[in-house]
Design a protein around this ligand. Structure first.
Ligand code: FAD
Length: 315
């Protein structure tokens, strides 16, 4: 189903010229965002910026402060439903220096220092090869380090269990600085106006072969139980205390429900797949229908795990 929502850009021609001065080739205007999300859904960003270094990011942050410009941090877009009307202001992706990963090990510990846009797949594979105990819990999460930090992503163990230090940048404090954060189930106290630039993680060190085998068996289990080959954003709803969202959604018979090009996965009820050019509106309507049915029939109010961002309404 094609999206028809449109909104006006917040950027003036002077803003565009200034952003080009700060970012050079790394800024694009009215850039469609669907390609940057695992759902393959989302309208255009007024400006899409791929920042290569902490100093370039600091320049963008200063611009945002001066112009009171809204901005949004985009990781690998694996937990996002971006509205068909896109995102007003700046969408910031981190690249270049922010993809670096450095590992150290001693007799007892493995430490990982990673830029915020390093992929979790690479971090987990490298850390496993040094025997980082618990890393299997973070394996198979198709996100970046920064996005996974913001989400406190994980399975039985979560990012927050391993974090040693986090550096962020923000419009009010553009240079990288360390912050202390609290971690909860799929959310954290990381300030809304902070973009994570670097993270250091620490793991106890075990036998690399055992750690790798455990990680491998988790990846195999994932493949069998999740529709990982289809465009989706993983689990849409958080698990309610003491229960599983997937179990509740399956119990109301929602597997296979469709809205436009969106379908509740027949394999894993908490996943919604984009099976045929779904719009954000299709997915949002399906999410609402599932949530309503679970509440009406089972009395449980499901909370979204995926973040809904940008413009959803027709203007
Ligand atoms: C097939 C599949 C399986 C999944 N399995 C799991 C799982 O087992 N466990 C789990 O927890 N999640 C899972 N997810 C969800 C998702 O992969 C995680 O939430 C992931 O950590 C999101 O990272 P991202 O880089 O894609 O973030 P995005 O989706 O790009 O962004 C998510 C949030 O983080 C913010 N953000 C991104 N980068 C930064 C940054 N540098 N600084 C500050 N904020 C930032 C964004 O603004 C947004 O609010 C799965 C998703 C898929 C598609």
């Amino acid at each position: 189903m094609s999206a028809t929502v449109q909104s006006r850009s917040l950027l003036t021609e002077a803003d565009k010229a200034e952003l080009q001065k700060i970012c050079g080739e790394a800024v694009r205007f009215d850039e469609p965002l669907a390609a940057y999300t695992s759902w393959k859904i989302g309208g255009p960003a007024d400006a899409w910026i791929s920042a290569e270094s902490e100093s370039q990011l600091a320049g963008v942050m200063r611009f945002c402060l001066r112009r009171k410009m809204p901005w949004f941090a985009l990781g690998s877009g694996s937990n996002l439903l971006i509205g068909d009307g896109g995102i007003r202001g700046l969408v910031l992706r981190l690249a270049g220096d922010f993809t670096e990963i450095a590992l150290r090990d001693d007799a007892t510990h493995v430490t990982v220092q990673a830029g915020a846009s390093a992929s979790m797949a690479l971090v987990t594979a490298k850390a496993a090869s040094l025997g980082a105990i618990g890393i299997g819990s973070l394996a198979g999460i198709p996100g970046t380090v920064g996005g996974s930090l913001r989400m406190n992503a994980g399975t039985d163990f979560e990012m927050g269990d391993f974090v040693r230090e986090v550096w962020v940048q923000s419009p009010s404090k553009p240079e990288p600085h360390a912050v202390s954060i609290q971690y909860f189930y799929r959310h954290t106290t990381l300030a809304r106006d902070a973009i994570v630039s670097r993270v250091s993680l620490a793991f106890e060190r075990g036998d690399p072969k055992t750690v790798r085998e455990e990680m491998q068996s988790r990846l195999v289990r994932r493949k069998a139980t999740q529709p990982i080959a289809l465009p989706n954003a993983g689990s849409c709803f958080r698990n309610p205390e003491g229960d599983k969202a997937a179990r509740l959604i399956e119990a109301v018979g929602a597997k296979g429900w469709r809205e436009g090009g969106a379908e509740v996965s027949p394999l894993h009820a908490n996943f919604i797949n984009n099976v045929n050019g779904a719009s954000a509106k299709d997915v949002a309507m399906l999410l609402a229908r599932v949530r309503r049915e679970v509440y009406d029939r089972l009395g449980v109010e499901l909370q979204l795990e995926v973040h809904l961002v940008g413009v959803f309404t027709d203007e």
